[in-house]
Design a protein around this ligand. Structure first.
Ligand code: KG4
Ligand code: ZN
Length: 361
């Protein structure tokens, strides 16, 4: 049973009257949201802790956890919104990109609901949804705007001309910004996912170590060199970023160096990742002349990035936008808002639509 509270009193609502149920299951968060005329009425997310002991997301375990979570999460999203499945005008889901097993759970569930309720189905691109998380709350950016989307799997600068028209101006050629945080954290012996821990520790440290900034053309990014230079720096117990076999520090020396400098190492790594991101964003702003500038994605929860972004915005007379914390990491509210704009354009998917691990947009 998805609805176990039969006597729900529905709050009075105005507007077009479009209700959308959204489901997000691209990676390791099972999330469902209800939106009404572009306003989020609920956003429920179940985090999967099962992956922690493996140091990363295990795709098979993620799919199984989605299967367990999806009914209670959808149920709770409807309950919190105060509506029933039968009130929904469309069912939306994350079609791509992500882990295929995880995507299949959400997409099959959404397709079954749409079929049984005889309601339209809306397929949403996860990265497009991260960008539109900036349209959930007021104040909203005006079009066209730029968005730096930084997550565990992607790093992109997107030019957003309308809710449904976006172009990727630049992206990472190797690791994503979230991966750079997580892999650096792993080198420091921190558990997965390390990004939020690096953030927390960085607040107690000073960026006293300098890691090199890669010289990548255009608006593209690269983070794999940073990871290597951190590795060599630790292997040399803080004396050099260059690989020196004959002088490699012992495991104990490396561990001591990390223990003695953990907060400063986190602050230094975070500062470099943030500067790589914001230098490219500034370049995109100058190139386009656009002043409404957003950040989005899991890494936009990073306090160092948020602060530096606001400061850069003030200095350059930008209007800056950052989604509320709960809409930065993976969530169904961003799927719902994207689906709402697709609904307005009657951009519905056929029931034969399939989830896809990778898809351009
Ligand atoms: O957008 P997201 O929830 O999932 C993907 O679509 O990938 O992003 C997850 C990524 C992870 O790499 C995680 O470590 C990172 O976002 N992250 C952070 C912070 N919170 C989440 N990285 C740095 N600082 C944070 N506060
Ligand atoms: Zn994401």
């Amino acid at each position: 049973m998805l609805n176990n509270e039969p006597n729900i009193t529905k709050p009075p609502l105005g507007g077009l009257g479009v209700f959308i149920l959204a489901i997000e299951s691209s990676c390791d968060e099972t999330s469902a949201a209800v939106c009404y005329d572009g306003k989020i009425r609920s956003n429920i997310t179940a985090n999967q802790t099962v992956h922690e002991k493996y140091g990363g997301v295990v795709p098979e375990l993620a799919s199984r956890a989605h299967i367990q979570n999806i009914v209670p999460v959808v149920d709770e999203a409807l309950r919190v919104a105060g509506y029933e499945l039968g009130d929904m005008d469309a069912i939306s889901f994350t079609q791509s990109p992500g882990l295929i097993g995880s995507l299949l759970v959400g997409s099959q569930f959404a397709k079954s609901l749409a079929l049984s309720l005889d309601k339209p189905l809306i397929a949403v691109h996860h990265m497009q949804a991260h960008v539109l998380a900036n349209l959930i709350d007021d104040p909203k950016p005006g079009f066209p705007f730029l968005c730096l989307t930084v997550s565990g799997g992607h790093t992109q600068i997107v030019l957003c001309e309308s809710p449904t028209k976006m172009n990727v101006m630049g992206e990472t050629i190797d690791d994503a910004a979230g991966e750079a945080f997580d892999k650096s954290a792993k080198l420091l012996g921190l558990p997965y996912p390390g990004g939020p821990l690096v953030d927390r520790l960085a607040q107690q440290g000073k960026a006293k170590f300098s890691f090199p900034e890669p010289q990548i053309p255009e608006l593209n990014f690269s983070f794999s060199g940073l990871k290597t230079s951190i590795l060599y720096f630790l292997q040399n117990a803080g004396k050099s970023h260059v690989y020196k076999e004959e002088k490699i520090a012992t495991g104990e020396e490396q561990k001591k160096f990390i223990d003695d400098n953990l907060a400063d190492l986190c602050a230094s790594i975070q500062e470099r990742i943030v500067s790589i991101l914001l230098n490219k964003l500034k370049k995109a702003a100058i190139q386009t002349g656009i002043r409404d500038i957003c950040i989005a994605g899991g890494v936009s929860a990073n306090s160092g990035l948020r602060k530096a972004f606001e400061e850069m915005g003030k200095k350059n007379h930008w209007n800056t936008f950052i989604p509320a914390f709960e809409y930065c990491t993976d969530n169904a509210a961003m799927i719902a808002i994207t689906a709402y704009y697709k609904f307005l354009e009657k951009d519905f998917a056929d029931l034969s639509v399939t989830a896809s691990a990778r898809a351009s947009w």
